[in-house]
Design a binder for this molecule. Structure first.
Ligand code: PEP
Ligand code: MG
Length: 544
């Protein structure tokens, strides 16, 4: 039995079969081989297997998605068999006598770099495809299963790190837990795991070779156990049973209002990334959607999604929520949220760079398309629109102008648009909190993004596990900024919510109640536990 420790970022226990995430970047050493012809044959076999795998993925994707979404696997199959690519790998093996893994990695990187430098956006997008292709041949050579892409049997996902763009390609029904070597508690891997209600442990130094048998992931203790003894396995099966019965008890709170015994109401809303999350939202009795991270729609696509596709997606969410408030955040791209089909310029500090609203105000074509889609969907429910990463009044005013422009266009084209659409901003920079008096005069609501607010206030990269000990959403500086925004909101007569991960932290509940937070938005799976806490809340908890 071997125990590996990391940071538990999503609670719960899972027991399952481990799988490496295919298509991961890792350094293959330049190993020389004795038999070059045999190595060539290994490469050809892996190439054929990887191509066959693409056909399988293509068919599987077709079963649950559109032909356009499945097309990527056809492109991959073509690139795997590309004659120039094949010739270069063959040359490297035959002339230098290197192993097939090294040759495949080197050549796919060369091709990827070559494509990245081309002018044409479509060709540039092939750069990421070549990386993927190289990794898939590598996975075949190393005998790893590409479980992440093809789904099927339940498994525990092991990865170096998990980028949002990789996460959107996973068959999430099959993933029982995440274990990564990198990552932090507010990385999107952690958020995704909490959304799914599955355990996750990050920062685990596990070995390359995973065991064939079951592993245990304990998201509470931050432990991953390889080859558990029968006693340990039995203990964890009991913990799982206890978890299940706790979840069942919580169901009693599903249709209860979120009101303290003293009569203070605080709405419990859900954070989502796609219409696929709606079921969990409804099952967990959310009172609305407090944050729809619309960028996931863009990351799960081959190109910027057209207006019609976005409109259908937003409409589905609005209709699904049957008149409850749905806050859709406009595109928050950049930093760790990258696109396969669009290259952001090279930035030294992407978290401080051209992300979120800054990107939208530069790419007005992209922004207007989203605003039009949102407005077209607005008659189908209670829509609220929210801007991310605001630092100035001008950004808000300019966005409002664009929203008016989109509205005027649609009305001229004969589309109906809802009469009432709330318009709000995220408070996730110290600047926004400090000018919240002025900002409050421009908007209908604030929603505090504690993930970024903590990152920018404390100057701690939220993605960097090395400094995660300094990352503290309960730091007095962060709380003082939230309080400032809450007071200015109250003075201006607008409401304020919290939609960062801290919203679900029961230790912060007394503070949120005290400063008059109207709504807390979190992973659907966190709602019932917090509602129970609110319904049984005693003011003396505040003193603790
Ligand atoms: C936040 O920053 O708190 C937030 C909710 O936005 P995201 O995590 O998507 O950056
Ligand atoms: Mg944010």
């Amino acid at each position: 039995m071997e125990i590996y420790r990391g940071t538990g970022v999503s609670k719960g226990v899972s027991i399952g079969i481990p799988h490496w995430l295919a298509a991961q970047e890792r350094e293959i050493p330049r190993t020389l081989v004795d038999d070059r012809e045999a190595e060539l044959a290994r490469f050809h076999l892996a190439q054929a297997q990887a191509a066959a795998q693409q056909e399988l993925f293509y068919q599987k994707t077709l079963e649950k998605a559109t032909a356009q979404e499945a097309e990527v696997f056809q492109i991959h199959a073509m690139l795997i068999a590309d004659p120039d690519f094949t010739e270069e790998v063959e040359k490297l093996i035959l002339e230098q006598g290197v192993c097939a893994e090294y040759a495949a990695q080197q050549v796919s990187r060369q091709f990827s770099q070559m494509f990245a430098q081309l002018e044409d956006a479509y060709m540039q997008a092939r750069s990421a495809d070549f990386c993927d292709v190289g990794n898939q041949i590598l996975a075949e050579l190393l005998g790893e299963e590409a479980a992440a892409a093809c789904g099927g049997e339940p498994y525990i996902l092991f990865a170096e790190d998990l980028l949002p763009s990789q996460a959107v390609q996973l068959d999430l029904d099959a993933v029982q837990a995440f274990v990564t070597r990198q990552g932090s508690s507010v990385s999107h891997t952690a958020i995704l795991a909490r959304n799914m209600g599955i355990p996750a442990v990050v920062g685990v130094k596990f070995p390359d070779r995973l065991p064939a048998g079951p592993v245990v992931v304990d998201g509470e203790k931050g432990e991953v156990i390889f080859n558990p003894s029968p006693e340990v396995l039995l203990d964890y099966q009991r913990v799982q049973q206890a978890q299940r019965s706790y979840q069942e008890q919580l169901l009693a709170y599903r249709n209860q209002p979120s009101v303290t015994p003293a009569g203070q109401k605080i709405g419990l809303y859900a954070n989502i990334g796609s219409p696929g999350d709606l079921q969990a939202v409804l099952e967990n009795g959310a009172e609305g959607i407090g944050l729809f991270r619309s960028e996931f729609l863009y990351m799960d696509a081959q190109d910027f999604p057209p207006e019609e596709e976005q409109y259908r997606c937003y409409r589905e969410v609005l209709e699904g929520m049957q008149g409850k408030r749905v806050i859709i955040r406009t595109l928050d791209l950049g930093a760790d949220k990258q696109l396969g089909y669009y290259q952001f310029g090279k930035e030294e500090n992407p978290a401080l760079g051209c992300r979120a609203i800054r990107f939208c105000l530069r790419r007005r074509d992209v922004f207007l398309t989203q605003l039009r889609a949102l407005l077209r969907a607005s008659p189908y429910g209670r829509l609220a629109i929210m801007l991310p990463m605001v630092v100035s009044l001008e950004e808000v005013r300019e966005s409002k102008r664009l929203l008016q422009e989109a509205k005027a266009q649609l009305q001229a084209e004969g589309y109906p648009v809802a009469a009432q659409i709330e318009f709000g901003i995220m408070i996730e920079t110290p600047a926004a909190a400090l000018i919240s008096r002025e900002l409050a005069a421009e908007v209908d609501f604030f929603s505090v993004g504690t993930n970024d607010l903590t990152q920018y206030t404390l100057a701690v990269d939220r993605m960097n596990g090395e400094v995660s000990n300094l990352y503290d959403p309960a730091h007095p500086a962060v709380l003082r900024l939230i309080k400032e925004a809450a007071e200015r909101a109250r003075e201006a007569g607008i409401w304020i919510g919290i939609c960062g991960e801290a919203a679900a932290d029961p230790k912060l509940l007394p503070f949120f109640l005290e400063i008059g937070i109207a709504e807390l938005s979190m992973s659907p799976k966190s709602i019932l536990g917090l509602r129970r806490r609110i319904c049984t809340y005693q003011p003396e908890e505040a003193a603790r």
